[in-house]
Design a protein around this ligand. Structure first.
Ligand code: EPZ
Length: 416
């Protein structure tokens, strides 16, 4: 359905906002939980659209789920086998549906996964996922938009990732966790969500070492036992509210964060002149009276996260000079530029580089969210713009930002 978010700009934000659980940890842990015998309980899982779609996919492969009164999600695979095929209808809505590939190969030694959809930020290939599971012994065929994989005689292996892909690292880790022998992932992704997955699998009896570095070693085990686990806070949601404080001229404390996860984001926001300090239970961000132009290059963790690129672009539209943003992770993540230009921004795109020439004022306009983070960035631009900004396709935003209207309203924003 078409959903719209309307923002009346010009009000500085003040107050405290609490980061929810990390979307990109929760989604992979929901997939991994099908490998466990028994009932997994996930705490701190955000109630966002992507989690709801993941629940639908779990239910479609006969895994029981239910939200408990304390806000946790119970996930209980059937004692027998699960249905090994994810449906195209559901998978096309969510890139993370591809994470069932590794989980199913780990537990069932077989998987039929619809090639995923997701945002239009790039082609989103799965060549590294397939290279990894084949190295561990899976036979793979891709037909009619599905990946058919069987791994009856899988055994541990060494896999080198040409690019430190988050999803490929996660799929290989999950398959290797229940594949006999030792596996080694080289040039692995180092994101905090990878560490959360390794900690979760180890809590279930997995034997994974080195997550968070570029070499991950996995000893396969026969069985994983269900556990209760609390998901890490969302560093991208937290970063988004930090930019909201800076762009609106206010002062906000973002609570429930893990400071090390935010280092790249804090560093770049400070370079624009904002005052950022760790306080009791969170991070305080106070806007400066002017936004300094800076250069940004997105890189795999611990580089500056691509998921914060659009949000920083919105902030730099009001900078006192020109900023250069280079997007090195996805091949097509400047969709937001045309929408920001409708609000008066001055941005020039050449391939992977965007030059943002700061302007004095942004003006409210009717704009369209093209993906989750671009949508969030339009909210940020709307907070600072003169007049009313109407964001269409706001469903994208609700995919990854829990209670965003309530959280912004509590900070004084005029949102509906
Ligand atoms: C995860 O996507 C996140 N999604 C993305 O967040 C995030 O932007 C991305 O990692 C990078 O940090 C989830 O965790 C659910 P990748 P993923 O595989 O795993 C190329 C958000 O807004 N690549 O690290 O799909 C790929 O084309 C979302 O929350 C291959 O070439 O990202 C891309 O250019 C957006 N071959 C680059 O690697 C492959 O087999 C990074 O992709 C796989 C990926």
């Amino acid at each position: 359905m078409k959903e719209t978010l309307i923002i009346e700009g010009g009000t500085p934000l003040f107050g405290r906002v609490r980061a929810s659980g990390a979307k990109n940890a929760g989604l992979v842990l929901m997939a991994a939980s099908i490998m466990a015998d028994g009932e997994t309980i996930l705490d701190n899982l955000p109630r966002i659209r992507d989690v709801e779609v993941m629940i639908d996919i779990l239910n479609s492969i006969n895994v029981d789920t239910c939200w408990k009164d304390d806000g946790s999600l119970s996930i209980h695979p059937p004692a027998g086998g699960i249905n090994k095929q994810t449906s195209y209808e559901l998978a096309k809505q969510l890139r993370a549906s591809n994470l069932f590939l590794g989980a199913m190969l780990g537990r069932e030694k077989e998987a039929i996964i619809s090639l995923p959809g997701g945002c239009d930020i790039g082609s989103r290939p799965m060549d590294l996922h397939i290279k990894g599971i084949q190295a561990l012994g899976a036979e793979v065929a891709i037909e009619h938009g599905y990946i058919y994989a069987r791994a009856k005689n899988a055994s541990g292996a060494r896999v080198y990732l040409d690019f430190p892909s988050v999803g490929a690292t996660e799929n290989i880790m999950m398959m290797a966790a229940m594949t006999p022998g030792q596996s080694i992932i080289e040039n692995a992704a180092k994101e905090p969500e990878i560490v959360d997955l390794a900690n979760f699998l180890n809590s279930m009896g997995g034997r994974i070492r080195g997550a968070g570095t570029d070499i991950i070693k996995i000893e396969g085990v026969q069985q994983l036992k269900a556990c209760r686990y609390a998901i890490i806070p969302d560093r991208i949601e937290a970063g988004t509210y930090m930019v909201a404080a800076a762009i609106s001229g206010g002062e906000v404390i973002v609570e429930n964060i893990i400071p090390t996860h935010l280092h790249p984001i804090v560093a770049k926001i400070q370079e624009t002149g904002a005052y950022v300090r760790e306080v009791e239970g969170g991070l305080l961000v106070r806007a400066s009276d002017k936004i300094l132009p800076i250069d940004i290059k997105t890189l795999p963790y611990p580089g500056f996260p691509t998921d914060m690129q659009s949000q920083m672009m919105a902030l730099l539209c009001l900078g006192e000079g020109s900023s250069v943003i280079v997007e090195n992770v996805f091949e097509n993540r400047f969709q937001i530029v045309d929408e920001l230009k409708r609000m008066g921004a001055s941005i020039k795109v050449e391939g992977h580089t965007a030059v943002v020439k700061g302007v004095k004022t942004l003006y409210g306009a009717r704009v369209k969210a093209t993906d989750l983070r671009a949508g969030a960035a339009l909210v940020l631009a709307g907070l600072a713009a003169q007049g009313e900004t109407i964001i269409e396709n706001a469903t994208h935003i609700f995919r990854g930002y829990e209670n965003i209207r309530q959280k912004l309203t509590n900070l004084g924003a005029k949102v509906r």
